[in-house]
Design a protein around this ligand. Structure first.
Ligand code: SF4
Length: 321
């Protein structure tokens, strides 16, 4: 593992059984994360993009062991955390946090903001009673909330303010790594920029490393240093953000990027229309999983699955390269 990497994932897999009905046995399984390998350098942001249902959130949760992967390795600061005991993992959890898409669902409506943010401080014995209140006030100020928010309840706040609470709660234990799972997609567009700017400022001030899961490619371009594109549980392309946006290689990446609205009416960007829906992960297509929707598909694509290969300092999984 390179010294520059905070996190390195190797061959991570996660399947879920599918039940036929409440009386029948499992009828199959869905490969939600299929042999994923990637790394994130310290202090950097890796964007993880793809359509809904492609396995992005499951991958984020497997990295944190909120869902146990079936196999693979997750190296955090050089140590495979999948081999840690529950007690050892508790120590690591302080450093590895998550910000959820829906801040309201992740906050207990019967807990005050102060109790919700301070919960982790008590569980992990980070602060004593007096220090706890001071620490919570510091966190509220860090995320731009007023000190009197501490004694209020989540329903008294707007969506953007609740996401600020979610961020404060994730920061309470001095994390180094944060999985931000669609943190702004439930918010109004006018509020999204504020939360993205907040995440960017906190990253720079606190030296944080993010896995930023999103389907909004404009936000990913603004915030992320590198981008991984996921399709049906697999990474199909991973590269520096500037390379992905100036010269996408994989046909799926090209299609995703071509759907971003362009302000310039003179722009010559070619629109690639993705036909059909994302296939069911329970019955993935043979060969290249993208072949039923790919405009560049060749005969071999129907039978032969491509692998993620190095191509000029980036990695892409496609027979065109
Ligand atoms: Fe398209 Fe073939 Fe490349 Fe798959 S391997 S993305 S079907 S060209």
């Amino acid at each position: 593992m390179s010294d520059d990497n905070l996190l390195e994932i190797k061959n991570l897999k996660k399947s879920f059984p599918v039940n036929g009905s409440s009386f029948s046995k499992d009828v199959g399984s869905v490969k939600a994360v299929n042999d994923v390998s990637l790394s994130i350098a310290k202090g950097k942001v890796l964007g993880l993009v793809g359509e809904s249902g492609c396995g992005k959130s499951t991958l984020g949760r497997c990295i944190l062991r909120l869902i146990e992967p079936d196999s693979g390795e997750v190296y955090y600061e050089g140590r495979n955390i999948l081999g840690l005991t529950g007690k050892e993992m508790k120590g690591k959890r302080r450093e590895m946090q998550i910000i959820f898409q829906d801040p309201y669902a992740s906050l207990n409506p019967r807990m005050t903001v102060g109790d919700a943010i301070g919960e982790g401080l008590v569980v992990h014995k980070v602060a004593k009673r007096k220090e706890k209140r001071e620490k919570i006030l510091e966190l509220l100020s860090m995320v731009g909330l007023r000190p009197d928010s501490i004694d209020k309840y989540p329903h008294e706040f707007s969506g953007g303010q609740r996401q600020r609470m979610g961020i404060a709660r994730a920061l309470a234990l001095y994390p180094k790594f944060i999985v931000a799972d669609e943190p702004v997609s439930a918010l109004d567009v006018s509020i999204q920029a504020q939360i993205i700017n907040l995440l960017e400022r906190l990253k720079n001030e606190l030296g944080l490393t993010y896995l930023f899961i999103s389907h909004d490619l404009r936000i990913v371009e603004h915030l992320c240093d590198r981008v991984a594109v996921m399709y049906l549980g697999e990474i199909v392309e991973i590269a520096d953000t500037s390379d992905i946006y100036s010269n996408p290689l994989h046909p799926y990446t090209r299609a995703l990027l071509s759907a971003i609205p362009v302000a310039d009416p003179e722009s010559k960007r070619e629109r690639v229309i993705l036909t059909g829906d994302l296939p069911s992960p329970m019955y993935p297509p043979t060969g290249c999983p993208f072949h039923p929707r790919c405009m560049d598909a060749m005969d071999r694509c129907k039978t032969e699955a491509p692998t993620l290969r190095e191509e000029g300092g980036r990695r892409v999984s496609c027979h065109l390269y």
